[in-house]
Write a protein that binds this ligand. Structure first.
Ligand code: OGA
Ligand code: NI
Length: 368
């Protein structure tokens, strides 16, 4: 982008609006959108308002409650009698929806509920307590921020985030905020077990040997982003999360009962309805890349809502930082050559971050 374009975009000469200044001042409060709520705003500041054409339409609302339903997969018997059935269901869901809900997945509902509770509690602490965690530095392993792409995106989202980055290995829980220390440790213990189960089931769903995805370190490291979406005074003007697909291999998502998460299916936005005890799994861009489009990384978004707060925890499972990846030989033939060039996670994430959540996928950039 030329400096001229940036100027036109940032500074509306006719109205004197200076977006860069508004965003900087907001960021410096270190209070997130929760801080805006606490200050009593009834109108959204301009930096949060999305262009009319990007906002949900009436036809969207009709489709969201249509006949489509994201597949629900019951993991009961995954080691025994129902394994092949479950593998088929995972294959079908991953090839079409890119999403499925999991029940009886082994993560105790009590631990899930506790996780959502401490996420709310963290974000509802006074600003003075939270501000010391506020950071935009990706090297900081535990940090809190409002919109990772605040200075890049054209319109911000109604969402604050507490993130834990385990990509370089486990962290000492002493480095977690005290208010969520115990529960985050417990939750991660269970999620890591589920990750191993999913790694094997997905390998088999791809027709590969059970330990294949593990052997290539496809889901080696985790980043957990704990989102907080306060009740929004003007939900029709913004998003909780702009349409995007995840840069991970796989994401395991915990959502509360509020709703608002939608997936794009056959060109329609479909609600992913909260289900007691369920976790959502979705294929990420990296899985689509290495499977040469067999498994789909599908776009999803979160609507802002008048009712809230909504809490969620997305555990993004990333491949090894040290390896290069390209479409796996099993998914390429002379007639179906590799669709993507070789890349590594650092390069992929750098590109993903540089563009921010702009409504476009990152994958096409790596297409041959
Ligand atoms: C994400 C995401 C959905 C949610 O973090 O990538 O899509 O429900 N989150 O918060
Ligand atoms: Ni996502």
């Amino acid at each position: 982008m030329s400096s001229m374009e940036v100027m036109v975009f940032d500074e509306d000469v006719s109205t004197g609006y200076d977006r860069a200044k508004e965003v900087k001042e907001f960021d410096e409060t270190k209070a997130g959108v929760k801080g805006l709520v606490d200050s009593g705003i009834v109108k959204l500041p301009r930096f949060l308002i999305h262009p009319q054409e990007a906002l949900p339409s009436c036809t969207d609302a009709a489709a969201a409650t249509s006949c489509f339903q994201v597949p629900v997969i019951d993991f009961t018997g995954y080691e025994t009698s129902r394994r092949s059935e479950i593998i088929s269901e995972i294959r079908a869901a991953s090839e079409t929806w890119g999403f499925f809900q999991m029940v009886n997945h082994g993560v105790p509902v009590g631990v899930m509920d506790e996780m959502l509770r401490v996420i709310r509690e963290f974000h509802e602490q006074p600003r003075e307590v939270k501000e010391k965690w506020y950071s935009r530095d990706h090297k900081v392993r535990v940090r809190y921020f409002c919109n990772g792409d605040l200075f890049v995106a054209k319109a911000a989202n109604w969402r604050d985030t507490l993130a834990f980055d385990f990509q370089d290995g486990p962290l000492n829980p002493d480095a977690y905020p005290l208010i969520c220390r115990e529960v985050v440790s417990q939750y991660m213990e269970h999620i890591l077990k589920l990750k191993e189960i999913l790694s094997e089931l997905l390998s088999e769903a791809l027709g590969l040997r059970r330990d294949y995805l593990r052997s290539i370190e496809c889901m080696r490291g985790e980043t957990v982003v704990c989102h907080y979406y306060p009740a929004c005074p003007e939900p029709d003007l913004t998003f909780g999360t702009t349409k995007h697909s995840d840069p991970s291999s796989l994401t395991i998502l915990l959502q509360d009962t509020i709703g608002g998460l939608q997936v794009l299916h056959q060109n329609q936005w479909v609600d992913i309805k909260p289900m007691q005890g369920a976790l959502v799994a979705n294929i990420g861009d990296f899985m689509q890349l290495i499977t040469n489009d067999k498994f789909k990384s599908v776009e999803h978004r979160v609507l802002a809502g008048r009712v809230g707060p909504r809490a969620s925890a997305a555990c993004l499972l990333y491949p090894s930082q040290c390896r290069k990846y390209r479409p796996i030989d099993e998914f390429t033939t002379n007639e179906n050559p590799p669709k993507y060039r070789e890349t590594h996670m650092r390069e992929y994430l750098a590109y993903f971050r540089s563009k921010g959540l702009d409504g476009y996928k990152a994958l096409p950039y790596f297409r041959l």
